[in-house]
Design a protein around this ligand. Structure first.
Ligand code: SF4
Length: 149
């Protein structure tokens, strides 16, 4: 039996968020030795999440305007760029998000595992590009709670 992972699921209305802040040990929090997703996607989100908007928390100075409705994290504007909030060396222990508690909903929704506990295949691909091993499925007791109907 493999070790439980440090994931906490948060259901907010019809959205499912993953929180991995409970550990900085790569053996139960693989994100702390990866960073692949934070250097691959354009990380865009509704501008109401910005700290200068409607009560949002994402630091506006770390973002770029996409259009009148969307912002994105600086560095990720064109995709395949590293987010300005990412600190550390890709694929090495110690990498992390310096605004983790204030990161956009886009980041909160992208989990290493699907809600049913299977590894997220896109996460796996990004890990493999960094020569990191595949993730094991979550233990049955760690599967995400069902979102409210
Ligand atoms: S805000 Fe944090 S979690 Fe989101 S892409 Fe940037 S470094 Fe990654």
């Amino acid at each position: 039996m493999h070790k439980p992972m440090a994931v906490t699921w948060i259901v907010d209305e019809d959205r499912l968020f993953a929180d991995m802040s409970g550990s900085t040990d790569p053996s139960d929090n693989p994100c702390t030795a990866c960073g692949g997703c934070c250097a691959h996607f354009r990380v865009s989100f509704y501008c109401g999440e910005l700290s200068d908007g409607l009560g949002g928390m994402v630091p506006v100075e770390l973002t770029s305007k996409v259009n009148d409705h969307l912002a994105c994290m600086k560095g990720t504007e064109s995709g395949h760029g590293r987010c300005v909030a990412l600190v550390g060396e890709l694929g090495r222990p110690g990498i992390g998000c310096r605004i983790y508690a204030r990161r956009p909903s886009t980041c909160r929704e992208f989990s290493p595992w699907e809600a049913d506990g299977r590894p997220n295949p896109v996460c796996q691909q990004l890990r493999h590009r960094l020569r990191l091993p595949s993730l094991a499925p979550l233990l049955p007791e760690q599967v995400a709670p069902l979102a409210p109907a």
